[in-house]
Design a protein around this ligand. Sequence first.
Ligand SMILES: CCc1ccc([C@H](C)CC(=O)N[C@@H]2O[C@H](CO)[C@@H](O)[C@H](O)[C@H]2O)cc1
Length: 795
Amino acid sequence: MDLLQASVNDKYLALARTVRHYLMTRWLETERRQTELQSKAVAYLSAEFLLGRQLDNSLLATDLEEIAAESLQGLGIELDELRTVEVEPGLGNGGLGRLAACFIDSLATLDVPSIGYGIRYEYGIFKQTFVDGRQVEQPDNWLELGSPWEFPHPEAAVTVNFGGHTEKTADDDGREVSRWVPGWSVEGVPYNYMVPGYQNGRVNTLRLWSARATKAFDLQIFNAGDYTEAVRAQTFAENISKVLYPEDSTPQGKELRLQQQYFFVACSLRNFIEDVLPAGYDLHKLPERITFQLNDTHPVIAIPELMRILIDERGWNWDEAWDVTNQVFAYTCHTLLPEALEVWPTSLLEKLLPRHLEIIYRINKDFLARVRETYPGDEMRARHMSIIAESPERAVRMAYLATVTGSKVNGVAALHSQLLRDKVLKDFSDMEPEKFTNVTNGVTPRRFVRLANPGLSGLITEAIGDGWVTDLDRLSELEPLADDSGFLSRFREVKAANKARFADVMEARDGIRVDTGTMVDAMVKRLHEYKRQMLKVLHIVSLYEQVKSGALPIEKVTPRTFVFGAKAAPGYRMAKEIIALINAVGRTVNDDPAMQGRLTIVFPPNYNVTLAEKLIPAADLSEQISVAGKEASGTGNMKFALNGALTIGTDDGANVEIRELVGDENFFLFGMSEPEVERVVSAGYEPASFYDKNAALRRALDLIASGAFSDGRRGEFEPIVANLLEQDRFLVLADFQSYMDAQARVDTAYADQDAWTRSAVLNVARTGFFSSDRSMRDYLDRIWHAEPVSIDVSS
Ligand SMILES: CCc1ccc([C@H](C)CC(=O)N[C@@H]2O[C@H](CO)[C@@H](O)[C@H](O)[C@H]2O)cc1
């Protein structure tokens, strides 16, 4: 095909293949070196990897960006045109999935031997569209045009068994053992993705598994004329890796979800033990060679799977197997919502994984014996700590299984880890305090500063050199420039240019007009009541109500563009209602001439990594307003601060550490602290009392209920208002006034652009800590104890 006929996608694929070819030698060298050294490595087991687009990151990692742009120019092709056709692999829901992607980037850049293991979903996170302001999900057929970044290895396929039953037999020395007689099986085909380190020659691997039938096509049945039956096995098998579950907090407990979890875990352990480790490797030494990091509870079925392999396949005795299993797993918890902790009914495990259930029962029996030994006579504690829940139905508490077995358990921010110790996993922390630690999340500065914000990157590099890209603590060298008016005005120019770029993207992508002369006030994250998008809505509605009622002269309103980005889990009704309300308020306020364009609501559909990369550098204000004690960490908060946005937030998750580092004067703190929330809730929280005593709040809620945002239809958003007045589980009404006061402080601060910019520069200078490189160094020191191994690219 010659250039003239080539489509933009053809040209993009050609460039991608050129870059990947360049990386191939380094990939092979990394593999060779690792096989030669067999040094301790990290396997990151995650059901989600929210990778984002790959081309730019690969060009940066290989330092080929300039050459590529020039050579393409020579062919009359714009690099920018090619990068926009790339489809981002949406193999994740939100925070947890994106964190996994940042972590494997940092592991490669820190030269740590490591491998990511996950699922190659054929359909990623749904595409979000709005119909009359309501979310409608479209399938994400991201592989439609193929992906140049994946390498299938059908020759390394793994067979995974399911179902069947177990039977007691005797092994050759007459010991009674249990043997699994599976009912059916599928095959897992590995697809390898390159994970290039930043200009260090290392290319680690991300191995994602795709399911297919062991026997794809049954010719006999076909010849007998039953065509659907002939391919039934194939469709059935493929279903396992067909689609990502779009929930990010409330597990639906679907059988297929458990099948997905066991599928990728069984493939990954088999692959590591039989393909990565040298033949004949003595698995008693496994702890010296690998740590399997469990990214939340989703891969925890790996624990009984390793026990099964060591006992049933390798013939080890229980203690031998337990001793190794106890050392090779570590567990990271990413949530505080009790409903987000997965429990699997024993009835389902009995059906799908009978042998694993037996092993879990045995782990629990031994554990409860230890509990009773440590706390004699305290049956209540034993019942509380049991891995097996007896009610509402008999089920396995996966977080408890991970905590009992893992060598280490960590939360993802200091407050979160403390709440795990003091509340969620208190009994376990009391019993084995040394097992619990914290590793505060981080984000990769390559994608979220160097690539997303070239203007700011240039400014920083000019001032302190480019060492910050791999050593983000160096940002602190910018501190003195916060008092340099020249630097401040350059900094403001960069922000203004990023706003203009964002406005162009909004125009081209969604036909949305953004006034770049306004403050960009951004709230982008999954839609969840604990994240309190409703508090943001009440701020906007209250401002609107005050202007409309004449209480607030329009000239006193700071021109703002409120940018929302949020997907709701398809089954989460209240979340979908709130999305509809945000769009309804947007439609009303944006079109109201009385507002003279001073307040604009922008809610682009389908918020994803690619859109985040354009919005975050353009933002002035970062909304991190969850109720204290509910957001485990947050990572968007870190990305905004590193790109010079100021944060308005509660003392929740990593906000606490951001505020401690940037200083109270550079952070708009509001709301109750976690202990205060606890006190209000345990004292019995009456949301309606806040409605009664706060006129501005009452008027805002009444305006929503009045139908003002729904063409007069009163009942339209009644469920939202009723829920706030009756339950308000996440204390929106209780924190309303403190939030409004903080927003007034924001207005005042924003009026003094010099002071605001100085504060923004200090936010950048003081948040180098939130690099995922630092997170990885903490995991290496506290949990993995693996050493970097440099790859010499000259060979
Ligand atoms: C089974 C349903 C399900 C799916 C995903 C999850 C994730 C744990 C939810 C998640 O993404 N948690 C977020 O993880 C981020 C990375 O650590 C944190 O920064 C966020 O605070 C946390 O909400 C829970 C339950």
